[in-house]
Design a protein around this ligand. Sequence first.
Ligand SMILES: C[S@@+](CC[C@H](N)C(=O)[O-])C[C@H]1O[C@@H](n2cnc3c(N)ncnc32)[C@H](O)[C@@H]1O
Length: 217
Amino acid sequence: MFHRDEPKNINDMFALSINEIQKTEFYDTLFDVDTSAVVDGKETFDNKLFYRYQATNYSFLEYIFKIYPFEKEDHIMDVGFGKGRVLFMASYLGCNKISGCEICEEYFRITKRNVDKYLCQTKSKTIFTLLHEDAQKVKIDRTVNKLFFFNPFHLKVYIKFFGHLMELLKQVQRKTTIFLFSPLPSTFLYLDKTTEFSLIEKIDINDNHALFAVYQN
Ligand SMILES: C[S@@+](CC[C@H](N)C(=O)[O-])C[C@H]1O[C@@H](n2cnc3c(N)ncnc32)[C@H](O)[C@@H]1O
């Protein structure tokens, strides 16, 4: 497993994010989208599971998509895309095929509108596929080879999703990268027990909480 030296802890990440407010304004304006905070304080409610929308920092997306650059055939899926920020940064930084699922209808509608505006503003040729679907049930496209998660899920959701992914990988056998932003310890325990995926990189905030992890098969 690889531990990066730079940035090596949360202070470095804060340094990276020091201009995050300006960066949000900059990219949202550049893309003609709105990916900022919670909509009217509403939260997604999935029976007992309860998750709030929060966008991944633009600074962080710049960082990981630079370290793991997109190649021509890449297809990234953001599982729980919220208002679509990860989708837009992936497109802007060179990913040609992008998809995602989102359980909350309101965020799904906002992101559809954001995608239309993004395409009009940037004249990008990226192909976006947005699904209003629960990650536990979503059909994963056979060409997806990168997956992004921002800590939204209870372990039971990951187990269902990764179960489907591993079934798919038995059929299509492709190199697949999983980016976990702010993952829960239970997610590590689960993925570490699989024989299919190995942890290749991790940035810790402290002993109990990781900021970021990357797994590959
Ligand atoms: C923390 S936000 C991350 C948004 C986006 N991925 C980003 O990084 O900017 C998590 C998102 O996952 C969605 N979500 C929660 N549970 C989900 C599920 N079971 N299936 C699909 N989406 C889900 C929430 O509605 C929320 O928009």
